[in-house]
Design a protein around this ligand. Structure first.
Ligand SMILES: C[S@@+](CC[C@H](N)C(=O)[O-])C[C@H]1O[C@@H](n2cnc3c(N)ncnc32)[C@H](O)[C@@H]1O
Length: 230
């Protein structure tokens, strides 16, 4: 598993071109993945939520614009430059999630604070994903929902054959050309390839105290939306 300090330094470095590379490397699909997460959250009609590992704030913005009745939204990340960028984006858009610099493994919130916690592409970066999931469970109210987007290793032989060179060659090259940081994008590729399968992730959610975990495959299964109830 990655060391937290290395992960934080890496995200501190790539914040400037982070959004552009997201759009480019996902072929624009990242927007559809965030919308799928927002739809799952909106169904629960939550009043208070936490978007953990908020990065530059795209998920929090999507939630604060389009979840009716949402009164409190906190966007948290342990990278200060990411939090600053998210806060700038929120104020430009005239929306008001609160930003908070915090470690997902040690959240500064009381037990049972939120109706949902969303995490998009963050759990893969936790030094200890199991303890991150337990911490998310701790801050959720009974019946509250975790909504987690994460990459998944592809299933089909054909997709695996196409995906491997894309991850190991094209992703680091694009990272180098666009953000000047091939190392960060090599890490992205290797962390995707070594992350938990949907079956294993579902087991981890149960072990962390969640109920009714569901895994919805998106874009041929390269990304998965996990939902689970506290
Ligand atoms: C791949 S980015 C995802 C950002 C955003 N959710 C999105 O969908 O674009 C992962 C983010 O998780 C944050 N992160 C990783 N580990 C964390 C931790 N232990 N606590 C808080 N934030 C963390 C990083 O700083 C980074 O901004």
């Amino acid at each position: 598993m990655p060391r937290a300090a290395d992960v934080r330094n890496m995200f501190d470095r790539i914040v400037g071109r982070y959004d552009l590379l997201n759009r480019l490397l996902s072929g624009g699909r990242d927007r559809a993945w965030r919308r799928a997460l927002r739809r799952a959250v909106a169904e629960r009609k939550p009043a208070a939520g936490l978007d953990l590992c908020c990065g530059t704030g795209d998920v929090a913005l999507e939630l604060s614009r389009s979840v009716p009745g949402l009164e409190l939204l906190v966007a948290a990340d342990f990278s200060r430059p990411m939090c600053r960028e998210a806060a700038r984006k929120f104020s430009r858009a005239g929306h008001s999630p609160h930003t908070c610099c915090a470690d997902g493994l040690l959240l500064p919130f009381a037990d049972r604070s939120f109706d949902f916690v969303s995490v998009a592409f963050g759990v893969r970066n936790f030094e200890d994903p199991g303890s991150g999931l337990r911490e998310i469970a701790r801050v959720l109210r009974p019946g509250g929902m975790a909504a987690i987007l994460e990459f998944a290793p592809p299933h089909s032989r054909l997709l695996k054959a196409l995906y491997k060179p894309y991850l190991s060659l094209a992703v680091p090259l694009a990272g180098k050309l666009v953000s000047g940081d091939s190392g960060a994008y090599r890490y992205l590729a290797s962390s995707i390839q070594s992350f938990l399968t949907p079956e294993k992730m579902t087991e981890c959610l149960l072990e962390a105290g969640f109920q009714h975990p569901r895994a919805q495959k998106l874009t041929l299964g390269v990304t998965c939306l996990y939902t689970a109830l506290r």
